[in-house]
Every structure is written in C-alpha cells, then in structure tokens.
Design a protein around this ligand. Sequence first.
Ligand SMILES: O=C(CO)[C@@H](O)[C@H](O)COP(=O)(O)O
Ligand SMILES: [Fe+2]
Length: 223
Amino acid sequence: MKNTIIAPSVLASDFANLESESKMLNRSEADWFHIDIMDGRFVPNISFGIPVTAAINKHADKPLDVHLMIVEPEKYLEDFKNAGAEILTVHYEACTHLHRTIGQIKELGCKAGVALNPHTPVSVLEDIIADLDLVCIMSVNPGFGGQKFIPNTYAKIEKLAKMIKESGSSALIEIDGGVNEQNAPDLIKAGADVLVAGSFVFNSEDPENTIKKLKSINNTLVS
Ligand SMILES: O=C(CO)[C@@H](O)[C@H](O)COP(=O)(O)O
Ligand SMILES: [Fe+2]
C-alpha cells in the first residue's frame, strides 16, 4: 500500500496565528508543511518570504516543502535553506539554467524539486528527471489559493509516472492546487505521491480532522 504524503499549504492558514497553526500541523497526520513563496513577478501575488519561513520553522517539527514561485530563484536558495527548507522546488518556467539550479539545491543538502505550470508539458523534464527528487504538477495557475482544479492534471500525472518509471528516477509526483477529498482518490490512482491542500484543509471546520481524512484515502483504495 502506497503512503501518500500530505502537505497542507500554510498559505491558507491564519497568518496572525502561525504558531498555533504550526502546532496544529505538528499534531495532525500531515507529513510536510507546504510553504508558498510568491514574489509579485513570477506570479501576480505576493505571499511572504524568508523571515516568515524561518518563523514557521521555529515551530514546525516536520519538513518544510518550499515552493518558490519567484524569478531568479537561484539567488535565494541558500537563504531559504537557512530558513529551514528541506525541499526546495523551483519553477521550470523561471529557470534558464535549470540543471545548474538543481545542482545548487543539492549542494546545499536539500531535496530538489521542479514545478510545472498547467501549460508546460511534462516532456520538458526528460533530460533532467533522473536528477530530481520531486516534480510538482500545478493543477491551478500558480499565484493564489482557492482556485478550481484543472482536470488535464490526471493525464499529466500518468505521462510523468511513465517517464519516471522508464528513467529509473525516484522523483516523487506532487500535485498542487484545488486538491480536495473528491479528487484525491483519482489523483492517487493516477500516480500522485504528494498532495498539497490549502483551502480544503484550512477553510474546513476541523483542519486536523480534514488532514486525517486526506491521509486515510490511501487505505480505502485497492493497491
Ligand atoms: O502554490 C500554490 C498556489 O500557487 C498552492 O500551494 C496553493 O496554496 C494551494 O492552495 P489550494 O488550491 O489548495 O487552496
Ligand atoms: Fe504551492
């Protein structure tokens, strides 16, 4: 039985109470904290940056999965590593020298991920897939929480899973955007290893229990 990783997105949490939100995630069955960094240039929104990531890390006792939606991410990798990032994901569309950037992430001792916008085919990763620890398929256009899931994601997961298998890569497939308890079973069946969920978790009445529900979906699927 596959153990799907659940990574709640802190973007949808109460920023005025990050300590208690972090403690809730620690208590919960969440595996990672998903940290969305938006710069107002790569995406049309600004979230938070290095000091807030470090503040969350003071309270988090689980890995920080840092999703960099920024231009020139190579300039800030070390800062985010020092702020507590264990996984650093850069956007394919933001990196001219992706191979070099992935090497820099690994030299820092972090796991290296690449995120793909909805319009970017998974085939662009063919020549780098063996070097990646994670591929994040964006199932919404990045920049905002609470958007509608794009169904073409399922086909992308299947193509990527095939590429990973054929290349012998051990990259995990992460799905980010509009994930909820309705689409999670099909995402897992298609090949998702990591589910990011923001609004679905934090806008629910009982976020801890919502995480538990997402985590238990695996167990209801026939492997
Ligand atoms: O990276 C992003 C959005 O750009 C995501 O991580 C969102 O924060 C997920 O939020 P929901 O779609 O689950 O509300
Ligand atoms: Fe994200």
